[in-house]
Design a protein around this ligand. Structure first.
Ligand code: PMP
Ligand code: GLN
Length: 382
């Protein structure tokens, strides 16, 4: 099942998590939190299971979850989204991405992403027979050059696939970048697909959905998921919001992927989306403390570190420590420091890997004592 372009090998996350299990190293590779989710969300799932909510939910998702998504979009972003027709529940953001790309492109159509990109994007574009084009996000600020962006979007571009806040770089896009994306989508008749799974995990900046920008309406599919916000990555409850014609097209594909999933987990994520302000306000600052702990430790160990503005991730340059090849560095890191990390080259096309060769992604969504231990071990690298 290997795609000729290498977009469909074993995922880097499976490989690195297996390496963590084998070596007992601290897993700062795969981005998943090691803390239990909020009690009211877990309790809502238990109650739903006990009440017998265990059969197929509707294909679009339960109206309760769709209503909670609609309320959430209004509460945080002032967006009006009709729960009946403009929301689709999905098996994680991953299924939302898969169904959207499969529904909206024909073989040969171009899908533009920023690069580095979340690994599933390359594989899904290739599954759909699309042509993947990219605009680079250069170290250390990872902001796109707007002239390059303008030149990358053409009449062949069917989808501009955005990920903001951005995995793996931790970048939050500027207003100028968002505005240009919308203007180019309008000019070339492209659909904007925006993956905002880290929408609540930002540090000192507020997330602005691209769907709120003038001109984005009617051409934007906004994707998110409960996994990151509620520490429930294994539940795979995601959703998308878009105009009803886009939702109908995506539903056509989605019904043959999973039809539906997670009956008792949908009301639990609905309860999560209705959490009080305090819950949401603490998410960023809590994670920011972890980010600082890891970044300070990485700097003390000799790395150059890019300051991420959102997500679970920090990017560090291992060249300062004498490692020019991050793939090799990540291979020896379990033995040298008892830590797992992921080379950024896993998120770029093979022909662009050399532009990112010494960069490494570390996840900081871990308990403080785990991060402290990791930092102590990394200090020995010098
Ligand atoms: N998009 C991005 C940018 C991600 O980082 C992830 C998961 N880590 C996903 C999508 C997948 O989300 P889910 O687990 O909800 O399918
Ligand atoms: N999104 C997570 C990450 O970037 C992992 C997702 C996965 O394991 N497929 O680390």
């Amino acid at each position: 099942l290997l795609a000729p372009d290498g977009s469909m090998t074993e995922t880097i996350f499976a490989e690195m998590t297996a390496l963590a299990a084998r070596t007992g190293a601290i897993n700062l590779g795969q981005g998943f939190p090691d803390e239990i989710g909020p009690a009211h969300v877990l309790e809502a799932a238990r109650a739903a299971i006990a009440a017998g909510t265990n059969q197929y939910p509707p294909g679009r998702g339960t109206l309760e979850l769709r209503s909670a998504v609609s309320e959430h979009q209004k509460r945080f972003y002032g967006l009006d989204v009709a729960p009946e027709t403009e929301v689709l529940a999905t098996a994680g953001a991953t299924e939302a991405l898969a169904a959207t790309i499969l529904a909206l492109i024909e073989p040969g159509d171009e899908v533009l992403t920023f690069e580095p990109y979340y690994d599933a994007y390359g594989a899904l574009i290739s599954l759909a027979g699309g042509v993947h084009t990219t605009v680079p996000l250069p170290w250390p600020h990872f902001e796109p050059d707007l002239d390059l962006l303008e030149r990358a979007v053409t009449d062949k571009t069917r989808i501009i696939l955005v990920n903001d806040p951005h995995n793996p770089t931790g970048t939050v896009f500027s207003a100028a970048t968002r505005e240009l994306i919308v203007r180019l989508a309008e000019k070339h008749g492209a659909t904007i697909v925006t993956d905002e799974v880290y929408e609540h995990l930002t540090f000192g900046v507020r997330h602005t959905p691209i769907a709120t920008m003038p001109g984005a309406e009617g051409r934007t599919v906004t994707i998110s998921s409960g996994g990151k916000t509620f520490n429930t990555t294994g539940w795979k409850i995601g959703w998308l919001t878009a105009s009803s014609d886009l939702v109908d097209a995506i539903l056509t594909v989605k019904q043959y992927l999973t039809y539906s999933n997670g009956a008792p987990l949908q009301p639990a994520i609905a309860a999560g989306l209705r959490s009080n302000d305090r819950f949401f306000h603490e998410l960023g600052p809590d994670l920011d403390r972890k980010r600082r702990l890891l970044n300070d430790g990485l700097r003390a160990a000799g790395f150059d570190v890019a300051d991420s503005a959102g997500t679970y991730f920090t990017v560090a340059d291992a060249a300062a420590l004498g490692f020019d090849d991050a793939v090799e560095f990540c291979r020896v890191l379990p033995e040298r420091a008892g830590v797992i990390a992921v080379p950024i080259s896993a998120f770029v096309m093979p022909q662009h890997a050399s532009d990112y060769s010494s960069l490494v992604r570390f996840a900081f969504c871990k308990r403080t004592e785990v991060l402290e231990q990791a930092v102590t071990q990394l200090a020995g690298l010098r």
